[in-house]
Structure formats: C-alpha cells, structure tokens
Write a protein that binds this ligand. Structure first.
Ligand code: ATP
Length: 358
C-alpha cells in the first residue's frame, strides 16, 4: 500500500477555479474523506488523482511515483495509474456476468486464466458475492451491484482506492449498513482510500480523517471528532452538524477564556477565540450542548419558547431572548412558555465572521 501526496493542486476550467492550491498527504492505509457541499471541488480532486481530468498545476504522487507534476511528459495516463475507482453509478457492463466484469481489468493487465480465476474468487469473497459470480448485473439488487463494482476495483489489488459517493444510490437503511461494511473491509485490506461525499454523517462514521472543502479550498483537515468539536471556522461549524450563530461583541479576551456580550445583554464566558477588528464576533454553539438549568448562575439566560418540534428521539425548540434567537434540543418535553438555559463555556466557539461559502 502507499501514501498519496497531493501538493498545491490547482484545477481550472476556463474562468472557474474548481480546486485551488490543495495540499493533502494521505498516509498508507488511511481512510480520508473529502467532504463539502455540491460544487466545492471534491469530485474534481478525485478525478485528478485518477487522471480523468486535466489538472492545471501542482503535484500528485503515490509513494515515490509521480502521476502528475504539470509536465505533460511526466503525466501518467489513467489506465497506467493502477488505482481502484468506484463511482456513484455502478458502471458494470450489463452484458457481462459478475465474474466477467471482474475479469476485464485483469485481461487488460494480461493476466493468465488460472491466476485471473483465483483473483476473481478472492475479490468476490471479500465483498461476500461469490455465490453470484455467474449472474448478470440486472439480476442483482443495487447494494449487490455496488459490491461487485467495489470487487472490480479491488481485483487487481490497487494500492489506492478512490470512491466517489459510492453509496448514494442505496436507500437510507442499506446505506448505513453498507458504510459499516465498507469501513471494515477497508481496514482489513489496509488499502489507502479517498472517499468523496457531501453527507456529513457518513463522513463522520467512516473516516480516519476528513478534509472539509468549500469553493475549491480546504477549510479544515482532521479526525472526525476534531472537526465536529473544534471547527476551524464558522463554515465548518455550520456545515458539520448544526450550530447556532449568536451575534455578540468581545468584552475581554483571555488566554484560556473570553467574555462576550450577546445582543440581549447576556454575558457569556466562552472558549478563547477571535473577534473582528471592531470587536464584533459570532458565538457558535451546538443545540445539543445547551441544557435546561435549575437555578440562575454564570452562563445562564432566560428565553421564551417560540417553537417546538417532536423528532422521535429528541425535542427541538426555537427559543428567544430579546433579539437573540436560537435552537435547542432536549430528550424531554418542555411545557413552560419560558425556560432557563445553561450554555457551557467550552461549548461556545468564537469566530470573527458568520459562515460564508458553499
Ligand atoms: N468539466 C467542467 N467544466 C467546467 N466546470 C466544471 C467542470 N467540472 C466541474 N466544474 C465546476 O467545478 C466546480 C467543482 O465541481 P465538482 O464536481 O468537483 O464539485 P463536487 O464538490 O464534487 O460537487 P457534487 O457533490 O455536486 O458532485 C463546480 O463549480 C463545477 O461547476
């Protein structure tokens, strides 16, 4: 298996800069996810690694092997990159059986019949599809077809596996099961994997690390928990999970804490952070981190309950304190028109700007 190294990758389509100065190092055996909203450049990045589009500048290497460095003579064509690729559409050949679908990349590599048969058996065994070897794609469910597509990508034992929204054609239940299974398989094979999705819960569930992208740039790279709990900016705080963004101003900025004032005059002690030059800031706080308090104290505030929605496992509310409106979440029902809330200091991240980007 091998490291994937992307350095200063820029990809332009005429006036559009789809990817800008992207650098990521994916160590051997890692499961890295490119996560971001539609159009942020995830697929363009993945396609550049596969050699399916023309990068403008930068370097792409697998281990010591240069795949792209801007010099056309050094660019390795896609069929010689030896990368396993799985797309959203399974792209199986409809007129070939499952076994023949897997045989094709091996025939291209001029592999002999007996070795081919052994590899096909091994790959179908990995994805638990061995009994279906002689079926045609139309005789399989969507989930089974996706397993075959994965087996076809793995059959020649590539050092690098690229997956572009591979589960998005599956229904929600199957999708959840498939991601657990996919992650287990990847851990077993230790194949370096780059996974593209716009689904944050999928990214949090399967990845060793996540690269959050917006408008062609990487906003944050880190382990799922790090991305969720300490977002680098307000875009990440907004895109991963859900956050309240409360306008305020900096009263006191310390090394290990800050004191801010919200629009209703409430003062909150928060984690340290930045304000804009004029002292204005936004406090990002996740609905599930706000709790109902039993007595007034530091970081408590009284709010009117304006909306209530039952979501099955939790209740969600919109509450208001003066001009400050935010969402909270509880596992029990609040019946009163007013509620006393506690916002823990460590649950408050400060940013100089409200979220921008897509
Ligand atoms: N062949 C192309 N010609 C011109 N612009 C393109 C081309 N392919 C992609 N783009 C543009 O590049 C940007 C990034 O597209 P890309 O497909 O990488 O986004 P994405 O994050 O994968 O989105 P999605 O989740 O919708 O697939 C978009 O603005 C898109 O319109």
């Amino acid at each position: 298996m091998a490291d994937l190294i992307i350095e200063n990758l820029t990809i332009k389509y005429g006036e559009v800069t789809a990817v800008e100065n992207l650098s990521i190092n994916v160590p051997s055996g890692e499961f890295l996810t490119l996560l971001g909203p539609s159009g942020c450049g995830k697929s363009t990045t993945l396609f550049a690694v596969a050699g399916l589009n023309h990068a403008t500048s930068g370097t792409i290497r697998v281990g010591d092997r240069i795949l792209f460095n801007g010099d056309p003579k050094a660019t390795v064509p896609p069929e010689r990159r030896n990368i396993g690729l799985v797309f959203q559409s399974y792209a199986l050949w409809p007129h070939k059986t499952v076994a023949d679908n897997l045989a094709f990349p091996l025939i291209l590599r001029k592999m002999g019949k007996s070795e081919r048969e052994e590899r096909i058996r091994e790959a179908l065994g990995l994805v638990e599809m061995l009994p279906y070897a002689e079926r045609f794609p139309f005789e399989l469910s969507g989930g089974q077809q996706q397993r075959v597509a994965l087996a076809r990508a793995l059959v020649y034992r590539p050092p690098l596996l690229l997956l572009d929204e591979p589960l998005s054609n599956l229904d929600a239940k199957l999708r959840e099961r498939a991601r657990v299974w996919l992650r287990e398989l990847q851990e077993r094979l230790k194949v370096t994997t780059v996974y593209v999705t716009h689904d944050q819960s999928e990214a949090l569930a399967v990845s060793d690390r996540i690269a959050v992208m917006s408008m062609g740039r990487m906003r944050q790279l880190g382990a799922p928990r790090e991305i969720y709990e300490t977002p680098a900016d307000s875009f990440v705080a907004d895109f991963i999970g859900s956050s309240n963004f409360l306008d305020g101003r900096m009263i006191e900025s310390g090394v290990d804490h800050a004191l801010v004032e919200l629009g209703d005059g409430t003062r909150l002690t928060t984690a340290p952070g930045r304000a804009a030059a004029d002292g204005s800031l936004v406090v990002a706080v996740r609905p599930e981190r706000i709790s109902v308090a039993t007595a007034e104290g530091p970081n408590t505030l009284r709010a009117k309950v304006e909306q209530k929605v039952y979501l099955g496992s939790v209740w969600q509310y919109v509450v208001r304190s003066g001009p400050v409106e935010f969402r909270i979440q509880t596992t029990f029902e609040i019946d009163a028109p007013e509620v006393l809330l506690h916002i823990p200091a460590e649950a408050c991240a400060l940013f100089a700007e409200t979220p921008v980007g897509n």
